[in-house]
Design a protein around this ligand. Structure first.
Ligand SMILES: Nc1ncnc2c1ncn2[C@@H]1O[C@H](COP(=O)(O)OP(=O)(O)OP(=O)(O)O)[C@@H](O)[C@H]1O
Ligand SMILES: [Mg+2]
Length: 392
């Protein structure tokens, strides 16, 4: 081939390659512009890779996960990223002790339980129930941290709304991902909203979600191929126990009542909340414990927060009057917190009246009685215990 011929040949090859590359990018652009899910999928890939990089105890790669597993992965929290520990939870010592023995130990030491399988078994479902603001969510998070288990913080919307028509696939992904991440806690906060009593007017999707969830949940009771129980547990929290489906309750043999804190618990919670606050020498913890009767843990936190603002406001007012520059304000010049600083904010947390406290007592008594009634059938016979509870 002459020199000119060679040059023309090279030019042709170059033109052909350029045309092909242009066609490739053009087609890719066209496909992306007609695919409405492209952006969502790219975001999902980015988010799931970020979560995977935090899960240092697992060497999962994003390529081995399905789209639905990746969606669930965005709701996974690594134990190291959870800020709350049992030490931050006040006044629930007996429950924490029980959780250590009956939940954390079986979840983290499955071999111990496989050797004694006929007599021991780990609960596959645990329910925390009680009035709002008493520490259920906090306790669930601390449980995941202390057990060093991955924590799938499952949101109701993920199960029911996002993937209309694909609900059963997303439920299946919850369990398949939990298997890949075990030991793993599947946490459903406000479980009454998603797994409530089944009614005839239920939306078909939510009906399917419940049925699929229960089937897969039952699958957890069987051990894996090597005879070791699966290290997966469903943890639910609710303040509407009566609204939860019977079948779901049966699958949660361990139930913990997280009630309003009593005097001893309030003292523990208040001590924790005020541990870093400067207190006046005249401050009386006994008085505050008495005044806070009937309040929840979250009310206690809020009323302490409101009260702690009083010395700050006072200091600011004084310094402004004295013409002190804002730069010169010092936190150590604040006066200590006094009992008189509480209950001052209009519209803030208020003390319970005698009447309200009496009502609370009656309500608690009735709830205890109702719980007992639930243990008996219509003929007054004690109901058969669910299988998982009977073998414990
Ligand atoms: N026992 C407790 N010890 C320390 N802090 C508590 C305790 N209970 C509640 N709190 C405080 O109240 C806040 C709210 O608690 P949490 O969200 O756990 O309540 P909850 O029982 O899940 O309420 P809800 O039923 O409304 O979801 C916590 O973040 C914490 O600051
Ligand atoms: Mg909660």
């Amino acid at each position: 081939m002459s020199g000119r011929g060679k040059g023309r040949f090279l030019m042709d090859v170059l033109a052909l390659a350029t045309a092909q590359i242009t066609a490739y990018y053009l087609i890719r652009y066209l496909i992306r512009s007609v695919d409405p899910d492209h952006k969502t999928r790219a975001t999902l890939d980015r988010q799931s890779s970020a979560v995977l990089s935090r899960l240092t105890s697992h060497d999962l790669s994003a390529e081995t996960l399905t789209r639905f597993e990746k969606t669930i992965l965005t709701e996974v929290v690594a134990p190291e990223d959870i800020a709350v520990s049992f030490a931050d939870v006040g006044g629930l010592d007996h429950i924490i002790e029980d959780l250590r023995e009956s939940v954390i130990f079986p979840l983290t030491q499955p071999h111990f339980f496989s050797a004694n399988r006929s007599l021991l078994s780990a609960p596959k479902g645990v329910l925390l129930y009680g009035p709002p603001g008493c520490g259920k969510t906090m306790l669930a998070k601390a449980l995941a941290k202390e057990s060093r288990a991955c924590f799938i913080n499952l949101h109701i919307s993920t199960l029911t709304e996002k993937y209309y028509g694909d609900s059963n696939k997303i439920v299946a992904a919850v369990f398949s991902l939990a298997r890949k991440l075990q030991p793993c806690i599947i946490f459903i906060d406000e479980i009454d909203a998603v797994l409530r009593q089944r009614r005839s007017d239920d939306h078909e999707a939510s009906h399917m979600v419940k049925a699929e969830f229960m089937t897969l949940w039952d699958g957890l009771l069987s051990s894996s191929a090597d005879g070791v129980p699966e290290q997966i547990m469903v943890l639910g929290a609710t303040n509407r126990l009566a609204d939860i489906d019977e079948a779901i309750l049966r699958r949660m043999p361990k139930k913990f009542a997280i009630n309003l804190p009593d005097r001893v618990s309030r003292r523990r919670i208040l001590s924790l909340i005020l541990s870093e606050t400067k207190l006046s020498p005249t401050f009386s913890m006994d008085k505050l414990v008495e005044e806070t009767a009937g309040l929840s843990g979250s009310d206690l936190k809020e009323c302490c927060r409101e009260a702690a603002m009083a010395p700050v406001k006072e200091y600011l007012r004084q310094t402004r009057a004295a013409g002190v520059d804002v730069e010169e304000l010092k936190a150590e010049n604040l006066r200590g917190l006094e009992n008189g600083d509480f209950w001052k904010v209009p519209g803030g947390v208020r003390r319970k009246t005698r009447q309200e406290l009496d009502l609370l007592q009656v309500k608690e008594f009735l709830e205890q009685q109702l719980e007992r009634v639930d243990d008996y059938d219509d003929l007054g016979e004690m109901k058969r215990l669910p299988e998982a509870e009977a073998v414990e």
